[in-house]
Design a protein around this ligand. Structure first.
Ligand SMILES: [Zn+2]
Length: 315
């Protein structure tokens, strides 16, 4: 029996024999969750976290859990908090959709540089009375910003080198991990992992537990269609991109959130609210206790702008 590895960036939770979740700690530099799977003869890690520091711990944890260095590192999508740990996986092949590779090549360095520019100001503002970030969210957001600022100034951005268009199955002697994309919902291309026998889904940011999802780089309607297709796989457990492991019903909770968002946006368009009024829409009661509340105004704004741009059907 191997000891469960520890890290300041995440805690390891065993989901089954040879299957582990690395759940990001609030004050660590991982920010996103990761999955570790012993396929039998091969080890795969799903998402590499925010920083090379967390990525290095994750590579070590995967080795401790499975007895070998990771052979594959999957990126669920192009956002930095899921891929900037790639450089820590020496010898592990990075895998994702072809579209994710394109987006990483086009946008990742720019996203990193923008974060490095903006985060010092935002960190300083967070202590002030006017900060839009709720006190409950601050430890996590501070760790996120500090993680980026303490990463190497010239990061080594490692794009996926093995790509697929719809599905790729990583096969070991013990089990297979299905990597699937139904297109883009949270981002222009979202990949999730599926273990059919164990009925576990590694959702990336297509699902969150107890936290507001982020829609600003996505489309609520496409995202809901993707989640409905994922529901047909009937997962028992869902490892979200952020937050604790949830039951299969997690996917339905995100569908409801997105449909609420669409409803709010439609209402805002019908009432001809100004952008400022849209930004100030109150968080519905049922999401009041959720973390990442700073995402909500951005989400409403994005849904509102998509609603405005939607072609009107003549009545
Ligand atoms: Zn994301």
């Amino acid at each position: 029996m191997r000891a469960i590895p520890t890290s300041p960036h995440f805690r390891i939770e065993k989901l089954g024999p040879g299957i582990y979740a690395a759940i990001a700690r609030t004050r660590g530099y991982g920010l996103c969750n990761a999955g570790i799977v012993d396929l039998g003869g091969r080890t795969v890690v799903f998402d590499s976290m925010l920083t090379p520091m967390a990525g290095a711990d994750l590579a070590r944890a995967a080795e401790r859990c499975t007895g070998r260095k990771p052979d594959w590192v999957v990126n669920s999508h192009w956002h930095g908090d899921h891929i900037w740990g790639n450089s820590a996986f020496h010898g592990g092949r990075v895998v994702s959709s072809r579209k994710v590779r394109e987006l990483v090549l086009q946008k990742s360095r720019g996203q990193f540089e923008e974060c490095r520019r903006e985060f010092p100001k935002e960190l300083a503002a967070m202590g002030g009375a006017k900060s839009p970030i709720r006190p409950a969210d601050r430890p996590l957001v501070r760790a996120w910003f500090r993680g980026v600022l303490e990463s190497p100034k010239k990061p080594s951005i490692v794009p996926p080198e093995v790509t697929f268009d719809e599905e790729l199955v990583l096969i070991g002697s013990r089990r297979s991990l299905h990597l699937i994309t139904y297109g883009g919902g949270h981002s222009p291309s979202d990949v999730f992992g599926y273990l059919p026998e164990e009925r576990i889904i590694f959702a990336g940011d297509l699902a969150m537990v107890g936290l507001h999802p982020s829609v600003s780089d996505g489309w609520p309607d496409r995202w809901m269609r993707i989640l409905r297709r994922m529901q047909r796989l009937r997962p028992d457990r869902v490892l979200p991109g952020h937050g604790p492991v949830g039951p299969g019903s997690t996917l339905g909770v995100v569908v409801r959130y997105l449909s609420d968002l669409d409803r709010i946006a439609l209402g805002a368009v019908r009432q001809a609210l100004s952008l400022d009024q849209v930004r100030r829409v109150r968080i519905p009661d049922r999401y009041e206790g959720w973390g990442f509340s700073l995402m909500f105004p951005e989400n409403v704004l994005r849904a509102y702008q998509l609603e405005l741009a939607r072609p009107k059907v003549p009545s």
